[in-house]
Design a binder for this molecule. Sequence first.
Ligand SMILES: CC(C)(COP(=O)(O)OP(=O)(O)OC[C@H]1O[C@@H](n2cnc3c(N)ncnc32)[C@H](O)[C@@H]1O)[C@@H](O)C(=O)NCCC(=O)NCCS
Ligand SMILES: Nc1ncnc2c1ncn2[C@@H]1O[C@H](COP(=O)(O)OP(=O)(O)OP(=O)(O)O)[C@@H](O)[C@H]1O
Length: 207
Amino acid sequence: MRFHKHLGARLRRPFILGLTGSIGMGKSTAASMFEREGVPVFDADAEVHRLQGPGGALVAAIEARFPGTTGPQGVDRQKLGAHVLGNTHELAALEAIVHPAVAKAQHRFLMRHRARDVVILDIPLLFEKGGWRRVGAIAVVSAPVWMQTRRVMRRPGMTRAKLKAIRHLQVPDRVKRARADFVIETGRPKSYTHRQIRAIASCFRAR
Ligand SMILES: CC(C)(COP(=O)(O)OP(=O)(O)OC[C@H]1O[C@@H](n2cnc3c(N)ncnc32)[C@H](O)[C@@H]1O)[C@@H](O)C(=O)NCCC(=O)NCCS
Ligand SMILES: Nc1ncnc2c1ncn2[C@@H]1O[C@H](COP(=O)(O)OP(=O)(O)OP(=O)(O)O)[C@@H](O)[C@H]1O
């Protein structure tokens, strides 16, 4: 773990710790470890899945803008992804539908937990979309790039070309590491990662 900046001036309640990292770096695993430590986590990606899933609030709007990408199970993410990942204009149109709805859900989460010492916003695109401005500190999950590739290529439907397009959209890991207040290493055994997370969570408890 690396403690990078002086945090004192930014402390307020609840303290908002942003959790981010590139594809396959272990963000979801880290988020559930924080939850196990009793820290509430807002999972932006899970919220997107809900909004796009069966009966989800955004399915109709997405069908209207991207005809043929939804069905009884909600949005077909493979189809929609194939259309928008690698196409800046189309991706921006999707973001204009999705991001305001995620922002509303995030606001509701923060209101619900306003009495807590610390909460986590798990935001895959924290650096890419300016969310870093709205958090008190940033934790980045990171592992060697070869390990990231190995993890991601195991996923169904993943191809070298898709991974390349995604990497192109994301701020590189080395830049994320340099801008982080905490770097959580996920290239080591999970017990090591969990110890780092316990230490970070204890920094913000009972201030
Ligand atoms: C494009 C979609 C349908 C692809 O879904 P799919 O399940 O195939 O892939 P997944 O969501 O796991 O994304 C794969 C990778 O692409 C990255 N990615 C997704 N959306 C974006 C984006 N708007 N900009 C940059 N990278 C993105 C993710 O961080 C992830 O690392 C889906 O990601 C989506 O609806 N994106 C728009 C909403 C969004 O911005 N979500 C991400 C943050 S909450
Ligand atoms: N020490 C570790 N910490 C976290 N994850 C690990 C660790 N060791 C192995 N992994 C594995 O790495 C894989 C990727 O983790 P995870 O699904 O949490 O990534 P992610 O960053 O949430 O991915 P995405 O951004 O694509 O959603 C998982 O299979 C996880 O079990």
